[in-house]
Design a protein around this ligand. Structure first.
Ligand SMILES: Nc1ncnc2c1ncn2[C@@H]1O[C@H](COP(=O)(O)OP(=O)(O)O)[C@@H](O)[C@H]1O
Ligand SMILES: [Mg+2]
Length: 306
């Protein structure tokens, strides 16, 4: 059976260095999915305190998860009502559970897992066709992905170990979940992306990066011949200060585009056929129309088998 297309999976897990555009890309992917009629949710871990699922555009919802309320929901759904009530009352239990290494990560992953199920566990909750996880920066993102498996190994038996195993399997199932890295074409984020790929590959059941989204690429406006002309003008003794300022700006932009090309090349070597690119948008702020533009761009690149 051929691999399902990216947007027809049920979970997309996005990670990458802070500031590279993860949130923007999460909404662009979600927008692309919503436009094709999929009920889509962007889930993050901002922990703003409000954990309701809110519609931000037609067919596009957003939710922030926080481990504490994920714990409370877990207890109310998984544990028979009277016991859950008692457990919820027990601050000691909650404090103990929350202090268990990996428990917060497991709870967040469990919540993402629950959101992506056809049959939601929470009463009255509508199912989603696709959940896009706007995960924290690479290091923490990888730790999140690994948490269910680690937990299952440590706990071994019992209901939590069993659930952790189910969650781990769901995230490792490439038909269900796609793990994506977002990066910009700069040295550090690209290095982190390569390291992320390596760290995901290690261990007993390795995860694979489905694709890398290279965000905010500058246009290359000048050819090498153009640049030589600009440099020659720049270095001529007679050039006025004003013209020199303009030439410097043009040359600096060219240098930046060239440097981005070198970083793009590093990514292409590591991820041939698995690199999607998005342009830098020269806007003071990205709002829904700009996100829609990025969505269309991703959509166009996804047609053709990604
Ligand atoms: N393709 C792009 N073109 C222009 N600006 C972008 C682009 N992608 C993201 N940005 C801007 O960069 C900043 C960081 O983006 P954001 O999505 O919040 O990153 P992250 O979630 O990785 O921290 C925001 O101001 C956003 O509007
Ligand atoms: Mg963000």
């Amino acid at each position: 059976m051929p691999e399902p297309s990216l947007l027809s999976r049920r979970l997309i897990f996005l990670t990458g260095k802070g500031g590279v555009g993860k949130t923007t890309v999460a909404f662009a992917l979600a927008q692309a999915a919503a436009s094709s009629g999929r009920r889509t949710l962007v889930a993050d871990l901002q922990g703003s305190g409000d954990t309701r699922e809110v519609e931000v555009a037609p067919g596009l919802m957003h939710v922030s998860i926080d481990p504490q309320s994920a714990m409370e929901q877990y207890l109310s759904v998984q544990v028979p009502a009277p016991a859950a009530h008692l457990l919820r009352q027990s601050h000691l239990f909650a404090a103990f559970a929350m202090a268990t290494p990996g428990m917060r990560e497991l709870l967040c992953m469990g919540k993402f897992w629950e959101l992506a199920q056809h049959e939601r566990r929470t009463a009255d909750a509508e199912p989603y066709d696709l959940v896009v996880v706007d995960a924290p920066a690479s290091g923490h993102g990888a730790a999140l992905l690994r948490a269910p498996r680690t937990f299952a190994e440590i706990a071994r038996v019992g209901p939590i170990a069993h659930q952790a195993r189910t969650i781990a399997q769901t995230f490792a199932d490439p038909d269900f979940t796609a793990v994506l890295a977002v990066t910009t074409a700069e040295e550090m984020p690209v290095t982190e992306t390569l390291e992320l790929q390596d760290s995901l590959k290690r261990g007993p059941d390795p995860l694979k990066l489905h694709a890398v989204i290279l965000n905010a690429l500058y246009p290359r406006r000048f050819s090498d011949a153009d640049t030589h002309t600009l440099e020659a003008l720049r270095n001529r003794g007679r050039t006025s200060t004003e013209l020199r300022t303009i030439l410097d700006a043009a040359l600096a932009e060219h240098a930046r585009a060239r440097s981005q090309e070198r970083q793009e090349e590093r990514l292409r070597l590591a991820f041939p056929d698995r690199l999607l690119t998005l342009p830098y948008l020269f806007e003071p702020e990205l709002k829904l129309p700009q996100v829609a533009l990025l969505a269309a761009e991703l959509d166009a690149q996804l047609v053709g088998g990604n």
